[in-house]
Write a protein that binds this ligand. Structure first.
Ligand code: GUN
Length: 291
């Protein structure tokens, strides 16, 4: 069994980006600049955004954190978006989700200039991705494609079962893996909460992408010997024995499934760390495309 190590791979990608930025600097070019908008004080969001900003500093990007009050109106947030769209110093920006309930998330995401949408959440980017045009690919599916490619996991002609149809993970990864190119050419089945006989499908799969959000859902009896397993789940499960009071669980019953798998991503340390690396990659692409 080969561990698909997202911690090491994401570090490699960051080093590659750092090297490119260093060359840009030595040629007197402007370095990429990412801004992150954080509304309110949600603990997990603060952690994620803090980590994104620190990663920018690590690779030599400029970064700006814009913190807004929890009670900001939708109109005022849209004005902020308009300012960011017009700011020529910025190559890309993200609006950290989830937003407070009184704000329509879809309306905000639609207001982001697709050329600066380094999260790849705007329909223009989703459509471009589906049509195999240059696009910002959402960080999680982009990270999965990088892991498959860099570890040479066989995908061409293989049957991949994606469990989950979210706009950010399940749906885009199903499109990417069926396309031509590296980590592509797979025959993809998209399964979801209404799928009947899920285990019959997963048992036929050469590759399983679990993006359901139910801890340890995929058990060894649902997996074919030698399958490659990608676990996108990150659920906090209460655990009094742990100092934090919780542990992070994936969608895969790791210990038993790992015994049958040819490749597997751990949780934590698999897909998770790849997402920040791919956000940085998208910001670098934004700089290069907007030049
Ligand atoms: N919240 C959880 N994941 C993400 C992400 O990838 N981007 C944004 N903007 N918010 C998130």
């Amino acid at each position: 069994m080969i561990l698909l190590d997202g911690k090491t791979t994401s570090q490699q990608i960051k080093e590659e980006i750092k090297e490119t930025v260093s060359k840009m600097k030595s040629h007197g070019e402007k370095v990429p600049h990412l801004a992150a908008v954080l509304v309110g004080n949600d603990g997990a969001s603060l952690t994620y955004v803090g980590s994104k900003v620190r990663s920018c500093e690590y690779v030599g990007f400029d970064s700006t954190l814009i913190r807004l009050d929890e009670n900001i109106s939708e109109e005022a947030l849209l004005e902020q978006i308009d300012t960011l769209n017009k700011d020529n110093a910025l190559d890309g920006y993200i609006v950290q989700l989830p937003l407070p309930k009184h704000i329509n998330e879809e309306k905000i995401l639609l207001a982001i200039d697709p050329k600066k949408d380094v999260d790849g959440f705007h329909p223009a980017n989703f459509g471009r991705m589906a049509l195999e045009l240059d696009a910002f690919i959402p960080a999680t599916p982009y990270g999965i494609m990088q892991l498959l490619e860099r570890y040479n996991v066989p995908t061409s002609g293989k049957h991949c079962v994606v469990v989950g149809r979210s706009h950010i993970v399940g749906r885009p990864i199903s499109i990417l893996m069926s396309q031509k190119g590296a980590a592509g050419n797979a025959t993809v089945t998209v399964a979801h909460s209404r799928t009947e006989n899920l285990a019959d499908l997963t048992r036929q799969a050469d590759i399983i992408v679990m993006a359901l959000g139910i801890p340890e859902y995929l058990t060894a009896d649902m997996v074919k010997e030698g399958a490659a397993i990608i676990d996108v789940g990150i659920t906090r499960v209460e655990d009094d024995k742990h100092p934090k009071g919780y542990v992070i669980k994936g969608d895969v019953a790791y210990d038993e499934v790992a015994q049958k798998a040819s490749y597997i991503t751990p949780v934590p340390g698999g897909v998770g760390p790849m997402t920040i690396a791919m956000l940085l990659k998208n910001t670098l692409l934004a700089r290069q495309w907007n030049k």
